[in-house]
Design a binder for this molecule. Structure first.
Ligand code: NAD
Length: 299
């Protein structure tokens, strides 16, 4: 398990691949963007001429791509092009760390299984800072054996590695979490603003709610109100952190999943609508806690 093909070297994949290089893995890298590829090659990865060339020479394939359609086409190929599952050696472990729809993850896992290959969906939480620090949380879906086999490489790139269940379960668990996070962020924002509107100090109110029944992760670690907490995006003009555009993407995936399972997710649907509106107002590249401004801007 010493040679890793790493495909998709963007904001997340780039630093993840570099951490594998630093840990002594031989990393065969490929990205459609030469700039992204060169950045990783400069730090010790080997440039591959194509995704399939990288995968054919590896013990483990890791992908970090934008969406389900990229993952499907890369692993499964099409009429003109072979897919990764057509070219890898027997026993190669396939790990997709992209955040995609669970249906695509299940479908690729089935097609891989038909060729005798193990495929894990392993979306991450922790953002670009976690990717650089090697402290990501991986939320995996796949067989017990494949999960066990993936531990070595995942431990290099992450601090918490969870097995959520069978194929697709990692994607479902991740979007359940992010749907809840969005709801908590919106609820925390409107509550703090209502307190401010009634003359309360947001720092004092936050301290009260933190240890009361409204306490939640956003109050503990990521207060959306500027200058309540140090070293969080709200105290830095909502720069860095987790982009509104990515939250919109994850909330779209959660609503697609809810439709498929006929689940009732009214809070998630409302949160998606609020975040879409926020993005349409030019906030897509800002941190997701900037949703606070939807409540505090005076007309
Ligand atoms: P990104 O756009 O920076 O990187 C994606 C990379 O994939 C790009 O460099 C692109 O050129 C490459 N790519 C696309 N199609 C390809 C193909 N067929 N072959 C080779 N390379 C290809 O995106 P990112 O921020 O790194 O996010 C990657 C994934 O991680 C997404 O699914 C995202 O939802 C998820 N994610 C991102 C964050 C974050 O904070 N950025 C956090 C958690 C999860």
């Amino acid at each position: 398990m010493n040679t890793v093909a790493f495909i998709g070297l963007g904001n997340m994949g780039g630093p993840m691949a570099v951490n594998l290089v630093k840990a002594g893995y031989t990393v065969k890298a490929f990205d459609l963007s030469q700039a992204a590829l060169s950045h990783v090659v400069e730090q010790g990865a080997m440039q591959a001429p194509s995704a399939c060339a990288a995968a054919a020479a590896a013990d483990v394939v890791i992908t970090m791509l934008p969406a389900g359609k990229h993952v499907r086409s890369l692993y499964l190929g099409d009429e003109q092009n072979k897919g990764i599952i057509d070219v890898v050696a027997d026993g190669t472990l396939l790990i997709d760390c992209s955040t995609i729809d669970a249906e695509s993850a299940r479908f690729v896992a089935e097609q891989a299984k038909a060729k005798g290959l193990e495929f894990i969906d392993a979306p991450v939480s922790g953002g670009t800072a976690g990717a650089a620090a090697g402290t990501l949380t991986f939320i995996c879906g796949g067989s017990d054996a494949a999960f066990e086999q993936a531990q070595g490489v995942l431990n290099v790139m992450g601090a918490n590695i969870f097995h959520a269940g069978g194929p697709g379960a990692g994607q479902v668990a991740k979007i359940c979490n992010n749907m809840l996070l969005s709801v908590l962020m919106v609820g925390t924002s409107e509550s703090i603003q209502m307190g401010i509107d009634h003359g309360l100090d947001p720092k004092v109110l936050s301290e009260i709610m933190k240890v009361s029944s409204g306490g939640n992760w956003t109050l503990d670690k990521y207060n959306p109100c500027p200058d309540v907490m140090e070293n969080v995006p709200s105290s830095n003009g909502y720069q860095g952190g987790f982009m509104v555009d990515l939250m919109v993407k994850d909330l779209g995936l959660s609503q697609e999943a809810a439709l498929l399972s006929n689940s009732s997710t009214p809070m998630g649907a409302l949160a998606r609508s609020l975040y879409v509106n926020h993005a349409r107002q030019g906030n897509g590249k800002r941190d997701f806690s900037s949703i606070f401004e939807q409540f505090n801007k005076k007309g």
